[in-house]
Design a protein around this ligand. Sequence first.
Ligand SMILES: [Zn+2]
Length: 357
Amino acid sequence: MKLTINKNSAKWMQLPRDVLVGHGVLEEIGDVCRDLKLKGNALIVTGSTTKNIAGKRVGNLLESAGCCSAETVLTCKATKEEVEKVMEKALEVEATFLLGVGSGRSIDLAKLASTRLELPFISVPTAASHDGIASSRASIVDNGISTSAQAQAPIAVIADTEIISAAPFRFLAAGCGDIISNYTAVLDWEFASRLRNEYFGAYAAALSRMAARVIIDCADSIKPEHETSARLVVKALVSNGVAMSIAGSSRPASGSEHMFSHALDKIAPKPALHGEQCGVGTIMMMYLHGGNWQEIREALKKIGAPVTAEELGIEDKYIIEALLHAHSIRPERYTILGSGLNPSAAEKVAKITKVIN
Ligand SMILES: [Zn+2]
């Protein structure tokens, strides 16, 4: 699916149509289906834990709202094989639309499977740990390598803050890291526009910066079990999806700090959450950009997101290795990392920013 027709003139921006954020909005799912004229058989893509948190409830609500049937497919990993499994199940039950109910993996799988089957899909996040809940990008493991794939945006996002605020706080803090990373993503985008004459979208960049600013300014008030915190973070994550749709790429929300996180996913024996790694990456990439990395570090600390290798639970040597390999993760994406850091520069950035000792 190619959404951008011509980067300089006409654009095709695909956005969610119904976005519900708030306490108990899960109960509105039947109304959302009616509003979107979604009838027939629903397929709920969920995990074993998230099934009990929301998956079962979604199924009951859909059936009582008049869907012919609501079948469930349980998933464990976001791999190419699992996408195929979801597609097979969707064909078997003659699904007319899909729902991804979970923290990330289930949403990515429903997103990719529904895109391939040309069916609509609804995103029902049970945690707010990354901006994939509302975007048209999906993370998927193909042959052991984690890649980001283009897919469709959800037709609706139902983010129940009662459920999201009950998830472990670590997820919400990671979501903040994913949003704060917009700062270095936009700096990288500007850099590529100056050095490579790459298309730069001022509006998408401004929207992306604004979401990061709001999270940094509100860092003091983002607290566990506060539904207002969940509401704020979810809105910023939805806004990130919108910024990417307007840009026609993930540029406004993904730069060198994301490449560092993807490198860690590949290298570290036990990677941390995507948003946690992106947050730490933002501190270091901001230093490389000559920006205010201390502000980023302080905000993440206040929120309770990791700011060091130790807090990520990753050994120092993997941080250095990821810094050395990050530029090669997406060579076509020009960033401050250029053609790569040398080992002494990598060690210097990690030490100065206190990521390693
Ligand atoms: Zn991200």
